[in-house]
Write a protein that binds this ligand. Sequence first.
Ligand SMILES: *Cc1c(COP(=O)(O)O)cnc(C)c1O
Length: 358
Amino acid sequence: MWNGIIEQYRKFLPVTDKTPVVTLKEGNTPLLFACHLSKLMGDGIEVYLKCEGLNPTGSFKDRGMTLTISKALEEGSKAVMCASTGNTSASASCYSARAGIESIVLIPEGAIALGKLSQALIHGSKVIAIKGNFDEALTLVKEITRKHPITLVNSINPYRIEGQKTGSFEICDALGDAPDFHAIPVGNAGNMTAYWKGYKEYKAHGISKILPKMLGFQAAGSAPIVLRHPVKDPKTIATAIKIGNPASWKQAEAARDESGGLIDMVSDDEILAAYKLLAAKEGVFAEPASAASVAGILKLAKQGFFNERRTTNDERRIRIVCVLTGHGLKDPDRAIACAEKLKVLEPRIDLVLKEIGL
Ligand SMILES: *Cc1c(COP(=O)(O)O)cnc(C)c1O
């Protein structure tokens, strides 16, 4: 039976027998072979989708939050606080509710997807919208939690990274080894940092043999790491990665450089094309930010990136894992805006038959 990431990977995590485990049995998410996408990528390339939208609150944030809230409870904390583009607040409010502690979330006004906002509100968080962006919200939260007895639960909290690294353990467990490439959207860059840490630990323990090259993707209007300077007014439809000054900037660069990978950017059009392709061809509904990983590998494939890295005597297939970080239902407005306009007809058989071309 699966009892959540803390029970499953206890020996890799900073917990003791005394740690009260606050869990909704997160993790154990599907790693799906992407048939259509693999064909698009070219001969000998296998693409897998790590469907993190199937976590309890619909995003990978739950992996970090189960540990972060458990440790906050162990340390006697009565309240937690975060700034959020949406999913951190959804997860923090849910796990705090389960733990019986108070949560406060700061969100950028008008820049958070409907599903995420509904989660923070229904779980009973104190939700405050600020007339500013995520980076400004995070600055406020850092200041407040430094001066008051409130635990900060953004990914600068090291327990977030520790919990999130279990995603790479699950991928290695499923594939029998690490993949050759690991593609991931980059916002605050905590998740890229976490996956790289997880891959290194599994290899150090002799459980996996290889390390993947880490491929991070930012949205073009919000690509500080690619541009090598903070972006004051980040813009993208992928609200979960709309971040102009990532907290784990240096760590993401280290993951890129140590692994021999890269951090690139993809346009909103490329993100939306990948978003639709995932839903229409793979049957996987992920949120727009998640699709950045798929948009990224499609862009690289077009440039011949993967073929250049194939040596002539390497008959082995290239395996790429894309992390689909959050569920598509988080942002229903985007799905509806992207789809064809809904037809409304009188309830008459002739009209319906005509509409479907019969
Ligand atoms: C938080 C989030 C990201 C970005 O992750 P970082 O660790 O901030 O880089 C990407 N996609 C989704 C759906 C998220 O919720």
